[in-house]
Design a protein around this ligand. Structure first.
Ligand code: NAD
Length: 447
């Protein structure tokens, strides 16, 4: 026992701080990787179902024991998918879904309060938070209050009050030594890790500029169905409403903006930009823009440009590039990842053979840490600040103003409805023509 305890202390790095050994959960996963780790899935859509499958595919003994969704049909579809597939873990063992997805009807929760019921279950050790991002701050708060380890998807909020909540709860999670992984999976992707480690070690000098892109196609859209309340319609078609999604600049482009922040080891002090709706102008596209471009200015004066758009039939690029005083990196696309000097010399060439799927790695590492009783992951603060950067970008393109970090973070504009119920009114409503109001640069107030 003494040996186990010592290994745990050493691994968790707590000896240096003189911290006392405290159980990480009611379970104490510090003796064996065979002990069952029980998971509740909150938000049973595409990504939540994928994340649950990845949790089941780790080398630990994981069970899904509760599921929660706003809608019963989404939960049922996810349950069907999870129980229909066979998962192979890294050791090659096929996971038996009959015993690993152990969610009887009284552990399937539906509605706006479903998350509370699932998170409150005493035997749940880990929660996967994969609803639309507008709900993340309150779900994260509930999970930390109930001492759960957490995997939560990006973005982690859609407005500044939500970000401030996540930052506050992130501190609480640190105090409680709850592992928190955020689904900014580039942090769990080998080529990014290897190249950025070298950039931070000075391989291409000081970073003085760069470009980040998510220039791609348009995602799904749901048309209004007769009989739906406004709340149900917006919840079903969440991508196009800012209180739920935050605009694609945040929902999708946060990945690339986060890489800029990671490389620069900081967050922009100011952002200006331009954007609008050129292609997606119909009713079903709610209020979000379809293109944005930004200048992100960091504390040392470095300007990184960012572009995101969701158009069909146009040039596509999802990537990042940076220039340093001694060299550059033009791409993070698998084996194209290379650090070069200005004479054409290769400083680092990534070999992507054997690189693992980062979506799987984030779960492999999280569940291994929990099984060993280690406290290793505190991703929420960076997740919140990178999401804030994207929200600040939205503030810049919606207003046409130069937006400063502090004023953006302290904005009191709260996009969330005053009440969550199927017959309650979201704050944004369609006009008589069925179209939603859209931001007008120069007129729209964002702070
Ligand atoms: N890291 C990545 O690469 C990646 C990829 C895809 C999606 N995501 C993120 O994952 C999240 C979910 O996206 P998705 O594509 O799975 O969407 P989705 O619509 O497929 O799933 C969302 C689910 O959450 C449910 N839901 C909505 N409000 C809820 C509430 N209050 N309580 C419980 N359930 C609720 C919905 O009914 C739906 O089933 C988003 O934040 C998205 O940005 C991340």
């Amino acid at each position: 026992m003494e040996q186990n305890r010592r290994n745990f202390l050493k691994a968790s790095g707590l000896i240096a701080g003189g911290a006392l050994l405290t159980p990480l959960t009611g379970h104490g996963f510090n003796s064996s990787v065979d002990e069952t780790i029980r998971v509740a899935l909150i938000g049973c859509g595409g990504r939540g179902t994928g994340a649950a499958a990845q949790a089941l595919s780790t080398n630990q003994n994981v069970q899904i024991v509760a599921m929660a969704d706003a809608f019963k049909d989404r939960l049922d579809e996810s349950y069907k998918n999870l129980t229909a597939k066979k998962y192979k873990n890294a050791a090659g063992t096929v996971v038996d879904t009959n015993t690993k997805v152990n969610v009887p009807d009284d552990r399937k929760f539906v509605g706006f309060d479903a998350f509370q019921k699932a998170i409150a279950l005493k035997d749940v050790d880990v929660v996967i938070l994969a609803t639309p991002p507008g709900f993340r701050p309150s779900h994260f708060e509930e999970a930390v209050k109930n001492n759960k380890h957490i995997f939560m998807e990006k973005p982690v909020a859609t407005d500044a009050p939500g970000i401030r909540k996540v930052l506050e709860v992130a501190e609480e999670a640190k105090k409680k030594k709850l592992n928190v992984v955020v689904g900014l999976q580039r942090h769990y992707q080998a080529n990014y890790r290897e190249a950025i480690k070298r950039i931070h070690d000075g391989a291409i000098g000081d970073i003085v500029g760069g470009q980040v892109y998510w220039v791609g196609s348009s995602p799904w859209m749901k048309e209004r169905v007769a009989g739906q309340s406004e709340m149900e319609y917006q919840m079903r078609n969440w991508y196009y409403f800012n209180w739920l999604c935050g605009d694609h600049i945040s929902e999708q482009h946060v990945h690339n903006i986060d890489v800029a922040n990671w490389v620069k080891k900081g967050y922009p002090v100011q952002i200006q930009g331009t954007g609008g709706r050129q292609v997606r102008t119909g009713k079903a596209y709610g209020e979000i823009f379809d293109h944005h471009t930004l200048d992100l200015t960091y504390a040392d004066g470095t300007v990184i440009s960012s572009q995101c758009r969701q158009f069909e039939g146009t040039w596509n690029k999802v990537d990042e590039a940076f220039v340093g005083t001694k060299g550059r990196i033009d791409s993070f696309d698998g084996k194209k990842t290379a650090l070069k000097d200005y004479k054409g010399g290769v400083i680092y060439q990534h070999d992507d053979k054997g690189d693992k799927n980062p979506y799987q790695v984030e779960h492999d590492e999280l569940f291994a840490a929990i099984a060993k009783g280690e406290y290793k992951f505190a991703d929420a603060e960076n997740g919140a600040k990178s999401t804030m950067t994207a929200i600040m970008g939205r503030m810049a393109t919606y207003s046409g103003k130069m937006i400063k970090w502090e004023e953006a973070l302290n904005s009191d504009i709260n996009l969330f409805p005053d009440k969550l119920a199927w017959d309650a009114s979201p704050k944004i409503l369609p006009g008589p023509d069925g179209l939603y109001p859209v931001a007008i640069p120069g007129k729209t107030q964002v702070i």
